[in-house]
Design a protein around this ligand. Structure first.
Ligand SMILES: Cc1ncc(COP(=O)(O)O)c(C=O)c1O
Length: 376
């Protein structure tokens, strides 16, 4: 038996998504920029996907820009805020994904903007008073705070942060890669300037995502060439990927409540089984229902001579988990998130992440294997 508990890294494709994508691959090969009928048909499919995605997050079609995923979209926001929108200060948290952190650090290193880190506590929660202090000290900054942390699952209150951003005339970007398709997101209600999406986190295809840009912001081309994506991102569109993304988001939004209920109960089961069977294990980040992403559970294993081997041993036993973000899969060494929440270096952090295909059997199997490995 093999169980897959690494859904925060990526998710299996939904069969309906595969069908929608193969239909495009087989039947609609036109270039959406071509003037003839076959091209116009492809353009029509592209714009329907854009409209559907926009409706699902209460945006306008003109505010949706398809990208290759979350990393590219985060890069565009941070670079463009500095180069096109006159941002001189970036306020972010030390637990952001590297797509945000490394880009902001580059802006700082090149002297293009000054980077300020907001304080966080040991559960990874943003210190909102400190955020307000920074925003008041550096008005008109770019504030970039993720909705849910991909390693420990701690959630941030986007509405509260958005209000702080508005008060001090800051631009607010949120990396919503781990929450899009898992929570209802309404850009109007949030009053947000930018957010990002990656289809492969909610049973859509890899290499496809989008960037929401509030229509008051005009960005210059990030990739130059053709005039695709309203001149922001040149290159012939990945039509089948975009259709797959739109389909995956549509399906996810339809089943949002039941999916959340089911996965949350699996997460609760895992928490309870761990508490009961392996009580020496602790939890990283918040684990309460409304403050924590229901798809992620990060556990803290006490110091052990096999600490470094845990993921490997789980894999041998048939359990796919991870040590943090996908880029550090196979090891928890160097997790900047665990370091930022002061997780003791001699303990091991393991991330189990769930999806709509996860079952109770998977959870029981994984806890049994973890218990077995730790008792050997
Ligand atoms: C929070 C967060 N941001 C950005 C990304 C990058 O997304 P993509 O894989 O689409 O580039 C990820 C993926 O791991 C993520 O978890």
């Amino acid at each position: 038996m093999r169980v897959y508990l690494d859904n925060a890294a990526t998710t299996p494709l939904d069969q309906e998504v595969v069908t929608a994508m193969t239909d495009v691959l087989s039947n609609y090969y036109g270039n959406p920029s071509a003037q003839h009928a076959i091209g116009r048909t492809a353009k029509g499919i592209l714009e329907i996907a854009r409209r559907n995605v926009a409706e699902l997050i209460n945006a306008k079609s003109s505010e949706i820009f398809f990208t290759s995923g979350g990393t590219e979209a985060d890069n565009i926001v941070i670079r463009s805020a500095v180069t096109d929108l006159g941002v001189k200060n970036i306020i972010t948290s030390p637990t952001e994904h590297h797509a945000v952190l490394h880009t902001a650090e580059e802006m700082n290193e090149k002297g293009m903007a000054v980077l300020h880190f907001v304080n966080i506590n040991e559960k990874g929660e943003i210190d909102l008073e400190n955020l307000e202090f920074l925003a008041s000290k550096y008005p008109e900054s770019l504030i970039s705070i993720m909705h849910a942390n991909n390693e420990i699952g701690t959630l941030s209150n986007l509405k509260t942060i958005s209000a702080i951003a508005k008060k001090y005339h800051c631009i607010f970007h949120s990396d919503t890669v781990q929450t899009m398709g898992h929570y209802k997101i309404d850009v109007e209600e949030l009053g947000i300037d930018f957010l990002v999406c990656s289809a492969h986190k909610f049973n859509g295809p890899k290499g496809t995502g989008f960037l929401y840009i509030k229509n008051i912001h005009k960005l210059k081309p990030m990739i130059t060439g053709g005039g695709q994506e309203k001149n922001l991102r040149a290159g012939t569109e990945n039509l089948h990927g975009i259709v797959g993304l739109a389909k995956a988001l549509e399906i996810s939004n339809k089943i949002l409540d039941e999916k959340r209920k089911k996965i949350q109960s699996l997460k609760n089961l895992m928490i309870n089984l761990i508490k009961e069977k392996i009580p020496q294990i602790g939890f990283n980040g918040l684990i309460t229902e409304n403050e924590s992403l229901y798809t992620v559970l990060n556990v803290s294993v006490p110091p052990s001579p096999i600490g470094d081997m845990l993921l490997f041993k789980l894999d041998i036993e048939g359990v796919c988990a991870s040590g943090g973000s996908a880029c550090s899969s196979g090891s928890n060494k160097g997790s900047h998130v665990l370091a930022a929440i002061k997780h003791p270096e001699d303990r091991t952090g393991l991330r189990f992440s769930f999806g709509k295909f996860t079952t109770e059997k998977d959870i029981r199997f994984a806890v049994d294997k973890l218990q077995k490995i730790l008792s050997e």
